[in-house]
Design a protein around this ligand. Structure first.
Ligand code: NAD
Length: 264
């Protein structure tokens, strides 16, 4: 019999999903039959994402304007989902990436902002959804981090530092909530063709006096699979962790990097 991932009957909340990896994850979960709600800060981009997901999957997703760095926004989002569908089964903690920069270039304000974006935002999501998941004795919290948790990437000082704090938090949380059958995992992408990656390529090209295309090609060539990931390839890993196929997997970092990290 074919193995099918069927998430019908499951309610999923995907944060920071107006583009890139978040949107691809929302698309994949909707395609698998889940009822999906997405959030992001800009109503216009959120609406574009909602329309895009409808066009490609034929499934309507719910969209809510929220900034994940604000706890009140995250609480309001989850409350609205609960009012509509009664609960949340699957929560995907995602956010924009921190700014690039070396130690010397970064300001203390950027360190504080990145703490709020990269670590505190996951705490907000966990605080909002875990009581629901624990009460129903079924839940999946999946955070999108980066291969930088295995392999520090040059000029990504903030990502290399604060994402490790997020992984430490999530590993500890996984052990605390496992008795209630709530699984907590991390997906760590390598170079993935999204708006963020193109922005990083534009900055790097300016610095090195070359073109963004040359930078993107360099990243592809540095990857053993010799290409960038497509967002759907990251989304497929999230789909696996959200599904019953991953029912005994918790506290793990699933690196989806085409072999980039030279670490075991
Ligand atoms: P992206 O910039 O293309 O998309 C980020 C999404 O997050 C957008 O929808 C944006 O509106 C939303 N967002 C940003 N800040 C938010 C906030 N405060 N509240 C709510 N929504 C917010 O980024 P992406 O490439 O899809 O990356 C997603 C995550 O994965 C980032 O943390 C990024 O650093 C990480 N990552 C990306 C790559 C890559 O190569 N693209 C590699 C490793 C890790």
């Amino acid at each position: 019999m074919a193995v099918v991932i069927d998430l019908s009957g499951k309610v999923a909340a995907v944060a920071a999903a107006s583009q890139g990896i978040g949107r691809a994850v929302a698309e994949a979960l909707a395609r698998a039959g889940a009822t999906v709600s997405i959030c992001a800060r800009s109503p216009e981009r959120l609406e574009q994402a909602r329309r895009h997901i409808y066009e490609v999957t034929g499934r309507d997703v719910h969209a809510f304007v929220a900034d994940v760095t604000r706890e009140e926004d995250v609480q309001a989002w989850v409350q609205e989902v609960v009012q509509r569908w009664g609960t949340v089964h699957i929560a995907v903690a995602n956010a924009g990436g921190p700014p690039a920069g070396t130690f010397q270039e970064l300001t203390l304000d950027q360190w504080d902002e990145t703490y709020r974006l990269t670590l505190r935002s996951i705490v907000h999501i966990a605080r909002a959804v875990l009581p629901l998941m624990q009460a129903q004795r079924w839940g999946r919290l999946i955070a999108i981090e980066s291969v930088s948790v295995r392999y520090p990437l040059d000029r990504l000082m903030l990502s290399n530092s604060l994402r490790l704090a997020a992984v430490g938090f999530l590993k500890t949380l996984a052990r605390e909530v496992a008795p209630a059958n709530v699984l907590v995992n991390v997906v760590a992408p390598g170079y993935t063709r999204t708006e963020r990656l193109v922005e990083l390529a534009v900055q790097a090209a300016r610095q090195r006096g070359t073109t963004p295309e040359a930078i993107l090609d360099g990243w592809a060539q540095a990857t053993p699979l010799r290409r960038l990931a497509e967002p759907v390839e990251i989304a497929n890993a999230v789909l696996f962790l959200a599904s019953d196929l991953a029912s005994y997997v918790t506290g793990q970092v699933l690196v989806v990097d085409g072999g980039l990290a030279p670490a075991v």
